[in-house]
Design a protein. Sequence first.
Length: 125
Amino acid sequence: AMIPTSALTWMRGLQQRAMPGAVVIQRHTLTRDSMGGFTETWAAVGTVTARIYPQNNQRSEFMAGDRVAAEARWNITMPVGTDVSAEDRIAYQSRTWEVVGVNNDEMWQTAVRCECIALDEENRI
């Protein structure tokens, strides 16, 4: 059975009311420098309401060069229509997540849900 447009609109509104914080979406950009090369930066491209929650309470640790690095997987849910992709980052307060997947192909999408990896988690141990 098909979901009526009014019901889908209601579900999207309900999802959005359950998003308690505002996050900043960052996109990788290259800026030409005075030496003819490029400087890499992460530029803010939008701020949206969101809900951030861990996929589970486990964190994997691995060696990155000569130090231990940690990786934790998170979900970040944002309103339908949010412009975000697997090449972006999401910042909230003092934390940053790298987006690794987005549910853009989902049928009857009621929210944009990103699978993310928290950066610099080893500093939270």
